[in-house]
Design a protein around this ligand. Structure first.
Ligand code: FES
Length: 63
């Protein structure tokens, strides 16, 4: 799943950055060589980071 359309950053990349200690979308994006562009993705990216770092419960999709 793409988290950031502007930079084509995937959820897996954001989760990997979060596991490496990057706690904000800006830091996680910099980790993969990108900068925030439009900013539309920041809330979702922060949720993904917070989940990965155990700061919020993991969201589950119902099939
Ligand atoms: S969608 Fe991430 S900066 Fe635009």
């Amino acid at each position: 799943m793409i988290v950031c359309v502007c930079n084509r950053i995937t959820e897996a990349e954001v989760r990997k950055a979060a596991r490496s200690g990057y706690a904000t979308p800006e830091a996680a994006y910099a980790c993969v060589g990108c900068d925030v562009q439009c900013g539309c993705c920041l809330d979702f990216a922060q949720d993904v980071i917070d989940e990965e770092q155990g700061k919020r419960p993991r969201l589950r999709l119902v099939a």
